[in-house]
Structure formats: C-alpha cells, structure tokens
Design a protein around this ligand. Structure first.
Ligand SMILES: Nc1ncnc2c1ncn2[C@@H]1O[C@H](COP(=O)(O)OP(=O)(O)OP(=O)(O)O)[C@@H](O)[C@H]1O
Ligand SMILES: [Mg+2]
Length: 360
C-alpha cells in the first residue's frame, strides 16, 4: 500500500557544523507520485531522505507518512527505520553478496514472516518486474552493476513498502546502462504505483523520472513543480541556471506590462523579459536565457550580433556570440553549422523564455 508523505518544516543541524544541512523544508508527495529532489552536491538531498527514513534525527520538523506521525522531535516521536515499512535503494549496490538473486529478494519477505507459496509468488513477481526472473539462481556477485541495482530495487519493493526512497541509484553505472535503467525505473515504480522520493544531482534524470521536481540549494527547497514548470518558469536565477539557462544578461527595468517588462542592457538596447511583480521600474535585474532558446539568423528581425567562436558537435553546434553588450552562448540544433566565426548574425531572444530576476 503506497502512502502520502508529508515533510513539514524539516530542519537538520549536525552537531559538528553550525549551518543547517536542511533548512525549513516542507513538501508533500501524493500517494503514487514520484518526486525528485535535485540539487548540487552538499545541498541537503541525502540528509532530507535519511530523515524520512528515520536514519537521521532532525533538529525539528515532522515526517508524516499515510497520516501517521513517524518523526516529531518536539513531541518525542522517532519511529525507528525498521518500523517505517519503507523501501530504500542507494548508490552502492546494497545486495547480500553471499546470496543468490532469489535469496536476496526473498529475504525481506521471510523476515516479515511470509512463507511457502506466497513467498515464491512474491519473489517471482518482483523478479519479473525488474526482468531478472531468468537470473533467479545466480549468485549476485556474477551480475553486472545494472543487474545488481535491479536486484536492490526488487528487494526494496517486494514487501510493498509505503514509500520507496532512492538516493542516486544510477550514479555507479556506466553512461549507457544509466540511461536504460533510468527509463526502466519510472516504468517499474509506476507499474507498482509506489510513492517515491528520488534524490539526484542529474537534471535529465530528474526530468525523466519525476512527476514533480524539487530544486534544492544550501539546505533550502527553492521550487517544487512539474518538470515543465521548472523548465519554463524557473522560480529564481539559481533554478534557471541549474536547469541549463546559463546565459545571464544584466540590465535595468524601464517599463512594466503585466507579467513582462522591458529591460535596458549594457549596450543601451532593450529586450523584453518575463518578470515577477516584485520587480518595479528602475530595478536592477539579471535575465537568464537558455542557449537553445537563442535564435540565430543571417539577417532580419533581432539584435545585431557577431559569432566569436563555433564548436561543431555533429548533431548540434555551440556558438559564443557577442550581442546586447555581452557574450552569450547559442545552440544550433542539426548538423548544418550555418555560421562561420567572425560572421555577423541577427539574434532573437523570445520574451517568454527570457526570465528576469532581482540582483541579489
Ligand atoms: N553526518 C554528518 N555530519 C556533519 N555534517 C554532515 C553530515 N552528513 C552531511 N553533512 C553535511 O550536510 C550537508 C548536506 O549533506 P547531504 O549529504 O545531505 O548533501 P547531498 O545533497 O546529498 O550531496 P551529494 O549530492 O554530494 O550527495 C553538507 O554540507 C554535508 O557536509
Ligand atoms: Mg547525497
């Protein structure tokens, strides 16, 4: 039975460091939903997950699973990990090396008192789910990394946990395997209908796997939204940059019109950008823009620019272009590489994908 997970005002300060590793984080994962926490190394992803698991005792805050409070230090509630009925998959292949695939997957059921036909059926179903039924009697030491992670996954799902917790489960795998298992993971979790909290620093993994993505930085949850919202309406400059909007153009707001405004940049030229109500006329802003949203043309409507460098990558070309008094990156999709270094280009930057944020 999968359950809703509620994390309320979670805060964790380790005794050895004054700074909060997790700083007032709140979110809810609906039953059957996959939420991915995404952020750079050290931002507090693992600590958050370990607090949910009961492996870490938070300084304050609450963990509520399926309506039952499992962690509430203020009230003296800290249910131990083994009594939370959670499944966990980690970066390292946490399989028992002296056992076969079948024995590994059977173990959690046996330890819960499942026997006989029910045990055999449960194990077989879990192995079929991760496509390892043919490997049931192999010692796990004779499996590939990807297969071992499948065993770990089967083992953590076989007893139908309330919630599945995954901490960078793909990061020890080679690139190709990683992509395959990434796609499989979502399919498998969805087929069982598990509630899942998945932690990674890989943005493409987050987009492919998550129903919603929570972007973290310095212990704080900056934005929790669907992948399309995160990619099309990033809440701040960090979320924009972390998800690939690496071009930043500085300027000042000169007029406002609804959710948009006109920004005067260093060259004196004006560009239209999306902006929140917190940005009045006169505010200094930084406009973030994805390289793949920068349009290049030989001539026509747009800002006058010049190609500085060109890096041909076969299926795409990355240009560094001088425009708007600064230098930005532009991505041309396809194998054509139409613009030579030094050539004049017209640069278009669609207002919907220019996001202005306050200078912090
Ligand atoms: N046991 C600990 N004692 C003291 N500080 C810790 C401990 N565990 C983690 N931290 C600190 O808490 C912060 C958050 O760590 P955490 O492991 O949650 O980050 P993360 O987002 O999972 O990073 P990564 O992507 O590298 O796994 C870091 O600054 C880390 O150094
Ligand atoms: Mg971590």
């Amino acid at each position: 039975m999968s359950s809703e997970l509620r994390v309320e005002k979670l805060r964790k300060i380790f005794a050895t460091t004054a700074k909060a590793a997790v700083d007032d984080v709140s979110f809810t994962i609906a039953a059957g939903e996959i939420v991915v926490l995404l952020g750079p190394s050290g931002c507090g992803k693992t600590t958050t997950l370990r607090c949910v698991a009961g492996l870490e005792h938070p300084t304050s805050g609450k963990i509520v699973i399926g309506g039952t409070v499992y962690t509430d230090p203020q009230a003296g509630v800290l249910v131990p990990p083994r009594n939370r009925n959670l499944g966990m998959v980690f970066q390292s292949y946490a399989v028992w090396p002296h056992m076969t695939v079948r024995q590994n997957v059977a173990y959690p059921l046996k330890s819960r008192g499942v026997k006989g036909a029910a045990l055999a059926k449960g194990v077989l179903e879990a192995l079929e789910l991760v496509e390892l039924a043919d490997y049931a009697d192999r010692p796990v030491t004779q499996l590939s990394g990807g297969q071992m992670q499948r065993v770990a996954l089967a083992r953590s799902m076989v007893y139908q946990p309330q919630i599945l917790l995954l901490d960078e489960p793909l990061s020890n795998l080679d690139a190709q395997l990683r992509l395959r298992l990434r796609d499989d993971l979502r399919r498998i979790i969805k087929r069982v209908g598990l509630t899942a909290l998945y932690v990674t620093h890989d943005q493409t993994e987050a987009v492919v796997l998550g129903d919603r993505i929570g972007v973290m930085r310095d212990g704080k949850l900056l934005q929790l939204d669907t992948p399309t919202e995160i990619y099309n309406q990033p809440a701040d400059l960090f979320v924009a940059g972390f998800t690939g909007a690496t071009n930043v153009i500085d300027g000042k707001v000169v007029t406002r019109d609804g959710g948009f405004g006109i920004v005067a940049v260093a060259s004196g030229e004006k560009l239209t950008a999306r902006m929140g109500a917190d940005l009045p006329v006169g505010a200094a802003v930084r406009v973030a823009l994805r390289p793949d949203n920068v349009g290049l043309a030989p001539a026509g409507e747009g800002f006058a620019g010049r190609v500085e460098t060109r890096h041909y990558q076969g299926t795409q070309t990355v240009y560094q272009v001088t425009v708007l008094g600064t230098s930005i990156e532009a991505l041309e999709v396809g194998s054509a590489a139409r613009y030579a270094e030094g050539s004049a280009v017209t640069v278009s930057v669609p207002p919907e994908v220019c996001w202005a944020y306050p200078v912090s």
